[in-house]
Every structure is written in structure tokens, then in C-alpha cells.
Design a protein around this ligand. Structure first.
Ligand SMILES: C[S@@+](CC[C@H](N)C(=O)[O-])C[C@H]1O[C@@H](n2cnc3c(N)ncnc32)[C@H](O)[C@@H]1O
Length: 228
């Protein structure tokens, strides 16, 4: 049984990560980050980056977007603000310290919500997804990228073993896709659009949802099963 990480544990962990995050996680996660930003650029417009961290993704957006970031960790955000102060990212509007479980934005504020390497860390992933769904406009998208649980076989056993040893680092390597799918199935107007393993090696998975702008038809409801 997976035990959700507490927010305080995440804050403590990312205060430690902040000074070394870009050097350690920048190159390792770059493919996932770029794939998520490319999918968000296809939507364009107002983008919310949930768990924006040190702002490593700022390079992956352009003038077709207006990016707002939020993160729980003040030390991670200090790094993001330093990048903004360089003047290289005029498309980044603001970053705020905020808990993804309680987004301080009005309903339907954004065209797209992106969460890169975040949803598996938060204390209550379903609540965070519902908050993302609330603040995205009808017709807009939620785009996630993460390592997701292998679910069967040796890799799954290894991930369960690793999970016991990495919680204090703010990591949760055993998060299953089925949990994201179940959220979409139980949420009105949420459609699971895509589940795509990313090259190389398929270590990271991109998952996207759309907030439907009308009551979903039976076919669209089926989509939540088809992407599995
Ligand atoms: C692995 S880092 C990813 C950072 C960035 N998205 C990237 O790809 O480099 C996870 C980030 O999620 C943030 N985070 C974790 N739980 C959060 C929450 N409940 N609300 C907001 N941010 C959170 C952490 O502080 C951290 O900056």
C-alpha cells in the first residue's frame, strides 16, 4: 500500500535539492520536460506550471505562451526568480509560492496546466488533478510527465523496493498509471487523451487530459479506457 508523502516532507526535501537541482536533475529529466512543454505549446496561450521548481522549463516555452508558475518550495522558487531576473524569459509572467492542493486562481483561468515530475510527489494526487481541472478552461488540457510504475514484473518489484528508501528525498517511484486513469473516469468533463512513453527507453510517460466543454458523449467516455 502506497503511503502519500506529506507536504512538509516535500518542502524539507526540496530545500535540500534546490542548490544542486539544475545540475543533477536538469540533464536527467530534459527529454520529459521538453515533451511536456512541446505538448503545452500546441495548446498555447496561458499556461500554469504546477511545481515549477527552479524554472528549468522556462527555456522550453516561447512568445506564443504566457507562463505562470507555482511551487511549494521557497528555495526552488528563488532559483526560478533568479532566472526570470536575467530578462531571458519575457514569456514568464510570475511565479508564486502556493500549494497545488489549493490553487489560488479562479475557475477556468488557464488554457493549459502542466505538471512535470510533480503529480507522483504530492500528498493527494487526485485533489491536485481536480484543482488543475478546475483552473483549466473548458477545452483546455492538463499535461503530466513522470516516471510511472511498471505495475508488473521485475521492474515493479524493484520500484517497490526503491520506494521504501527514497521517500526522504521527496521521490515516489512506484506511482501507478491506473490512479490517473481512475481520476479521469470519476471526474465530470475530464477526458484522458493520451498516454505516451517517451524516448529514450520509455522511462518517462506523458499523460494528457482534456477538460471537455460539454457533457462527454459515450464515445468520449470510452476514450478514458482506450488510452490505458
Ligand atoms: C521533481 S521537482 C520538478 C520541478 C520541475 N517541474 C522540473 O521539471 O524541473 C518537484 C517540484 O514539485 C514541488 N511540489 C511538490 N509538492 C508540491 C505541492 N503540493 N504544491 C506545489 N509544488 C509542489 C516541489 O517543491 C518541487 O519543486
Amino acid at each position: 500500500m502506497t503511503r502519500d508523502l506529506e507536504s512538509s516532507l516535500v518542502e524539507t526535501a526540496y530545500a535540500r535539492w534546490a542548490p544542486i537541482y539544475d545540475a543533477v536533475c536538469g540533464p536527467v529529466m530534459v527529454k520529459g520536460r521538453r515533451a511536456a512543454a512541446a505538448a503545452a505549446r500546441e495548446v498555447g496561450g496561458k499556461i500554469l506550471e504546477v511545481g515549477v521548481g527552479t524554472g528549468l522549463s522556462f527555456d522550453d516555452y516561447d512568445a506564443s505562451t504566457e507562463v505562470t508558475g507555482i511551487d511549494l518550495s521557497a528555495p526552488m522558487l528563488a532559483k526560478a526568480r533568479a532566472k526570470m531576473a536575467s530578462g531571458r524569459y519575457p514569456h514568464v509572467k510570475a511565479v508564486y509560492q502556493m500549494d497545488a492542493h489549493e490553487l489560488d486562481f479562479a475557475d477556468a483561468s488557464f488554457d493549459c496546466v502542466v505538471a512535470q515530475f510533480v503529480i507522483t510527489l504530492v500528498a493527494n494526487p487526485e485533489r491536485v488533478l481536480s484543482e488543475c481541472h478546475r483552473v483549466v478552461k473548458p477545452g483546455g488540457r492538463i499535461i503530466l510527465v513522470n516516471h510511472l510504475y511498471s505495475e508488473v514484473g521485475f521492474a515493479a518489484a524493484l520500484e517497490r523496493w526503491a520506494a521504501q528508501r527514497t521517500r526522504g528525498l521527496g521521490l515516489r517511484p512506484e506511482f501507478p498509471f491506473a490512479r490517473l486513469q481512475a481520476w479521469a473516469q470519476s471526474t465530470q468533463d475530464a477526458i484522458l487523451l493520451e498516454r505516451r512513453k517517451l524516448k529514450p527507453f520509455g522511462i518517462y510517460t506523458l499523460v494528457s487530459f482534456q477538460r471537455h466543454d460539454q457533457a462527454p458523449s459515450p464515445n468520449q467516455t470510452d476514450h478514458n479506457h482506450a488510452a490505458a
